[in-house]
Write a protein that binds this ligand. Structure first.
Ligand code: NAP
Length: 298
């Protein structure tokens, strides 16, 4: 491949770390983050000049944008900031990619759906119920109408372990229960939890295809948060009696959540010949770093 460079934007985040760390021989990766930590190039999506300079400096084949405002309630509290990062930030990246002549892979979410129907395919109608989902959907439209090659990868409930990242749902449950803390977990919110390393490997394969458009990538199992914790306890040997169930209405989070918002992954399998492992299989992998998870978060 003549140009095998990838620019990873949001490299300080959870997926960003996986995109930098997961083994991959096909691509030369340049990380960029807002803080410029660990020798990263500095990029703030809300600064168009900076965005253009970094893309022009690297001249990648693809920019992979994993930067986002991932606090769903935070987006609800500060919609202007969510819009600046998701909508204006994507527009800034698109314009830079168009000028430099490279493609953009933008990460999106199952939260573009309202969660009324259950597992969603790429062609299903999006109808977000919160600011996070609405601004991510607007970012999708900008990329799909761009002149540069564009791929939208929607995913759901990322899990895995990276010690310098804040806990995700799975590592939060493990560390809380290992510390003998009682937790309340919603029983009526379904999704397919997605192993972050599998998502990174999928994105690398996808960048080597001619595919353009929207594709879903999620884990193999469609589970409620409560069922996820049930499996976590079984695999990790944690005390399930510390877990109580609650409905999302009782939980009362600021932003409404889509309840049945899993993703179908048939297209991803066809495109890249990747079959996501089961949730339990990946939990068994994570069991190997159980003590590191506990030492990091308890
Ligand atoms: N996590 C999930 O369960 C989940 C589910 C579905 C979809 N997704 C999508 O997957 C992608 C990756 O999520 P993640 O969990 O890896 O997110 P994350 O860990 O919260 O990381 C987000 C990153 O975005 C960066 N960022 C925020 N504002 C920025 C800006 N203005 N300019 C540049 N960087 C900025 C943050 O940088 P700082 O370190 O400087 O704050 C952080 O590194 C996102 O698009 C998210 O919407 C995630």
């Amino acid at each position: 491949m003549a140009n095998n460079r990838l620019l990873i934007v949001g490299a300080s985040g959870f997926l960003g770390h996986a995109l930098c760390d997961v083994s991959c021989d096909d691509w030369e990766r340049t990380p960029a983050s807002r803080s410029g930590q660990k020798g990263h190039l500095v990029v703030d999506l809300t600064q168009p000049t900076l965005v253009h300079e970094v893309v022009a400096q690297v001249r990648p084949r693809w920019v992979i944008n994993s930067a986002a405002m991932t606090s769903v309630d935070g987006c609800e509290r500060n919609p202007a900031l969510a819009r600046a990062i998701h909508v204006d930030g994507t527009r800034n990246l698109v314009q830079a990619c168009e000028r430099v002549g490279c493609g953009l892979v933008n990460l999106s979410t199952n939260y573009v759906f309202d969660g009324e129907k259950g597992r969603y395919a790429e062609g299903d109608e999006a109808h977000p119920v919160n600011v996070y989902g609405q601004t991510k959907l607007e970012s999708e439209v900008i990329l799909l109408n761009a002149l540069c090659p564009g791929i939208v990868v929607r995913t759901a409930v990322l899990y895995g372990f990276h010690p310098s990242c804040r806990p995700n749902f799975v590592t939060w449950a493990i560390s809380s229960l290992a510390g003998r803390e009682a937790i309340r977990v919603v029983i009526d919110e379904w999704a397919n939890p997605t192993f972050v390393d599998e998502l990174a490997a999928f994105i690398f394969k996808l960048c080597g295809t001619d595919f353009r458009g929207v594709v879903h990538f999620g884990g193999a199992d469609f589970l409620t948060r409560f069922e996820m914790v049930e499996r976590i306890c079984a695999v990790m040997g944690l005390d399930f009696s510390l877990v109580s169930s609650i409905t999302s209405a009782e939980f009362g989070q600021l932003a409404q959540r889509p309840l049945r918002a899993g993703l179908t992954t048939a297209l991803a399998r066809t495109l890249c010949d990747i079959v996501p492992a089961s949730f339990e299989h990946n939990l068994r992998q994570l069991k190997g770093v159980f003590h590191k998870i506990v030492n990091t978060y308890v």
